[in-house]
Every structure is written in C-alpha cells, then in structure tokens.
Write a new protein. Structure first.
Lengths: 258, 274
C-alpha cells in the first residue's frame, strides 16, 4: 500500500490492479449514490445505449465516423511527416513553423473557405479533419525531430553516411517509433472535431451527428451513452497503437523510463 | 628496448587552428602519426592526446574525424595522406552511440556495407562479432547491451567502415577498473588486427593513456614573452613525447615501472604549469 504514495515507486502489479479496480468502484458508487442528480442514472444510460444501438444504428454510425477518422488520420499523418521531414531543408522550415502555429486557428470560419474550394460535403468534412489533425501532428513531429542530438548525427556521419542517409538513419528510421506515439496522442483531436464536421454535413451521418441530436433534444442519458462509447473506442485505439509500437518497434519500450 | 622503425605517416595535423565567434580554441597544432614497424610483429600504433577538461579536446576530435573544418590548417589521413572527410576516421564518441533501432548485428552490417558487397559485409560482421566476443548478443538491441558490450560494439562498428584510423574520445571516462582493463584489451586487440591500425586516444586520463600509447601529445596553453597565457590550446615542441624512444611503450605491466611513474608525474607537473 505504502508504495502507492511513494514517489517514483513501482508497486506490485496485483496491488496496482487492485487500486485501479478500487478507483473505478468509487467512481461507480459516486455515480449511483451521489445525492445531487447531475447525471442520468447508470440504468438510464444503459437503457439509452440499448435504444441507440437497436433503433438509431449507433454501431453503423460509429463505423461511419471511425472510417472517416481513420481516413483523415492517414492523410494527415502522411502530410505531417512530409512537412516535418522537409525541415531538413532550411527552405521548408518556415512552412513547418507556420503549419504548427495554425493550430491556434478556429475551424469555424475555415470551413466556409473549404466549402468554396471543394465540391462535395464529404471532401469538406475530410479536409477539415485533415487540417485540424495535421497542424497538431506537425507540432508533435517537429519537436521529435528537434530532439536529434549532434552526437547522433555525428555517429551516422562517421560511418561514412551522406547527409541524406544520416537523416534517413537517425531521424526517419531512428525516430519512427516516436512518430507513431505522436500520431497516437493526436488521434484524439479528430474525435473532438468529429461532432463539428458531422453536423456541417449531415447526409453521411456519424456518431458525432447522433451525439449532436441527442444533445439538442436534451437526452442526457443518450449523450452520456455516446460519450462513453467514444471514450471506449478511444481507449481501444490507444491500446492498438501501443500494440503496434510493441510489434513494429520492440526496441522503443526498452529505453522507456519505468 | 625492442627494435622498431618508422615508415609513412598515417595522420598529419598541420597548423590546425579553430576559432568560434572570434574566440581561439585551438592554435597552430602540428602532429604527425607515423606507422611504427616492429620486426616480426604485425602491430599498429596507439597515440594519445592529453588535455585538461574544457581545453578543446572534443573540438580536436571532431576536426580529426572530418566532422568540422578547422579555421586554419589541414588534416591528412592514410598512407596516401588524403584530406580527411567524415567516414575515413572511425570516431567512437564518449557515450558509445549505436543505432538504437537496429539490432547489434544490423548495427555492424550497416557499417560494413559501406566498404563491402552484401555477402562480404555479412562475412565481415560475423568475423567482428566473433573477434569482439559479441556473437551471442547479435540479436539484441543496444538498450539490452551492457556497458562493456556496447563499447566493443561501438568500436567494432567504427572499425568496420573506417580506413585503419580510430579515434576514441575520453574512452576511460566514467568506467570502473574492470571496464578500463577490458577496454585496454580491446585497444590492444584493435592494433594487432592490422599493421596500419591506429588508435588515437583523446583523454584526460594520464595514467591509462600513457600505459597504452607509444606517442603522446600534451595540449596546453603557451605563455608569451611577458608571461601572459596565449589564447588557444596548442601542442608545444616540448610536449610531444615519443614513448617508444623513452622505453615506455609496449611493456606488459608498464604502470608498475618507476620510470613510468616519474613520467606521469612529469606530465602532471606540465599540466599544472600550463
């Protein structure tokens, strides 16, 4: 028990799992018995979840949003990697700098310009998500690149590698695991934007649109049920990313601080 | 004293100076490493550069490795005495860097492929893994290697792609006695692999470097006629030592000899004075 409150301690796995289960239970009990009824009851949320699945196609809507999110993430990752790697050339550094700063832009006005430039609603929806994710990914990826040390580059150069080959070995291959971590961390931003973009173009549906409708008609049990589904999906995604990292970059967990 | 003679130069520093933002770090450094030949033996050479902390040893290392161009002067390497470019001189940095994303085998292979065709490179890697007692660790990532294994791997990697010259920057820094002994063995092993193999040790560890080297250069500051320190570290004529000539090279247990102790004391005194 004492290890749970000792800085940097490594409690036994069983103790840690017990602690997590205890914390979960406390949260559940608070939800069930808290005198102020801020949230709908657990039963109401579960009933609403069942209703959303059977009558409103929650699973199909989740799938639609998921495919859109993954599509946007794939394109955004490619774009962000390209912009970040191009910082090797001084000419492209201002572009990465500007892209990183664009995360302060609000999307509200931006969607209008995108709608003017693009023909279909789906494209606008996708491009808003891609834009939103890219600017965050570029920020994370460039900061990973900036952790490259003189020692690492010198090491590659002393092996007779050219400047481009040194960059490929040290920055591209050497930091691919960290790039995946940046993608994992920033995937969440797409889910936070999904409600906004799906309400812009409602014809394709999606879980964000479903959430918007539930919120609009003050179906708080439905809102909470959808939020919990999104939370669970996010947690699963995180787990998949961690798994991918372990499988494709087994060395990355060896150096992690414990 | 065992007989020996000198042949062609393998490393030449000529008038090397380095300044950063107007501050002189190194000034007019001249040094030449010659291939030393001992009858009946195929052995390369170990040379040492001493200097106090912060004097510019790492800058000198990077200049000799071709990683930076000196403000003035030239560095020539090999029997052809070509100007140094990155990759011609193996450079083992203080923390023994390796590619963390590659296994030990792949770390060596990526180095060997620079000079050899794929099949020959794999053969070379096997030879070096065997020679440096790393065969059983071939599939490990650098994070799984012990300090000693990492050292051996970093040295093997640089040897696989350099042209006989290998620079060690502060190799004894932070090592315990057992690891220093192990490293000394590796250095001797490297020099016996090829007649032209030359290990250049840049260190502030006087005792260990002197025990291994057959030539020494002491980096220090000179004083002008008025007794003021001149800017930039250099190697004065009186600070170039030929340990072979002095009878202090290639002895099994040279550190136990009184002459060795006296010489080390002399060096310490010189460092204090500069």
């Amino acid at each position: 028990m004492k290890t749970l409150f000792t800085p940097n301690a490594q409690p036994p796995r069983a103790t840690f799992l017990l602690m997590v289960a205890g914390q979960g239970l406390v949260l559940l009990l608070l939800w069930l018995f808290y005198p102020l009824r801020l949230f709908p009851s657990l039963g109401e949320v579960f009933r609403s979840l069942g209703d959303l699945v059977t009558t409103q196609g929650l699973i199909q809507e989740l799938w639609a949003s998921m495919t859109t999110a993954l599509q946007a993430l794939s394109v955004a990752t490619m774009l962000a990697l390209l912009i970040s790697y191009l910082t090797a050339l001084p000419f492209f550094r201002p572009i990465a700098y500007a892209a990183s700063k664009m995360r302060y832009l609000t999307l509200t006005g931006l969607t209008f310009f995108m709608a003017l430039m693009l023909s279909s609603g789906h494209q606008v929806k996708l491009s808003v998500l891609i834009f939103g994710a890219t600017v965050y990914l570029v920020t994370g990826m460039t900061s990973v690149i900036l952790t490259t040390t003189q020692e690492e580059m010198d090491h590659a150069r002393t092996l007779g590698m050219s400047e481009w080959r040194s960059f490929l070995e040290v920055v591209v291959l050497g930091k691919l695991d960290e790039m995946l971590e940046v993608v994992r961390q920033n995937f969440a931003i797409i889910w936070t934007m999904i409600t906004l973009v799906e309400t812009l173009y409602q014809s394709e549906g999606g879980i964000g649109l479903l959430l918007y409708k539930q919120n609009r008609y003050l179906h708080l049990d439905g809102v909470l049920a959808i939020q919990l589904v999104i939370l669970a999906t996010g947690a699963l995604q995180d787990y998949v990313f961690v798994l991918l990292r372990r499988v494709f970059f087994p060395y990355s967990v060896l150096t992690a601080a414990k | 004293m065992s007989p020996y003679s000198y042949k062609e130069p393998v490393l030449t520093l000529e008038g090397v100076s380095m300044s950063y933002h107007g501050e002189v770090i190194l000034r007019d450094i001249d040094a030449q490493v010659l291939d030393v030949v001992r009858p009946g033996m195929s052995q390369g050479q170990v040379v040492g550069f001493y200097g106090r902390s912060g004097i510019g040893k790492s800058v000198l290392c990077r200049i000799m490795a071709g990683l930076i161009t000196p403000s003035q002067g030239t560095v020539r390497v090999g029997v052809e005495q070509q100007p140094v470019v990155p990759g011609t001189v193996g450079f083992v940095q203080q923390r023994y860097p390796l590619f963390d994303h590659r296994t030990l085998h792949d770390n060596l292979l990526v180095a060997a492929q620079r000079k050899h065709a794929p099949a020959a490179a794999r053969e070379q890697v096997e030879t070096y893994l065997e020679r440096f007692c790393l065969t059983q660790h071939r599939k490990k990532y650098p994070a799984h290697l012990s300090g000693g294994q990492r050292q051996r791997a970093a040295i093997a990697q640089q040897l696989l792609c350099s042209d006989h010259l290998i620079l060690l920057d502060e190799p004894f820094s932070g090592l315990d006695v057992a690891m220093i002994d192990e490293l000394k063995k590796i250095i001797v092993e490297v020099t016996t692999m090829d007649e032209l193999n030359t290990v250049i040790i840049i260190s502030h560890d006087i005792q260990t470097t002197t025990a291994l080297a057959d030539r020494l250069w002491l980096l220090g500051y000179e004083r002008d006629a008025a007794g003021q320190l001149s800017p930039g570290a250099t190697i004065a004529k009186e600070h170039q030592y030929n340990l072979a000539e002095m009878g202090l090279a290639w002895h099994e247990n040279v550190e136990a000899e009184p002459e060795f102790g006296q010489f080390v004391e002399h060096i310490k005194e010189e460092i204090r004075r500069s």
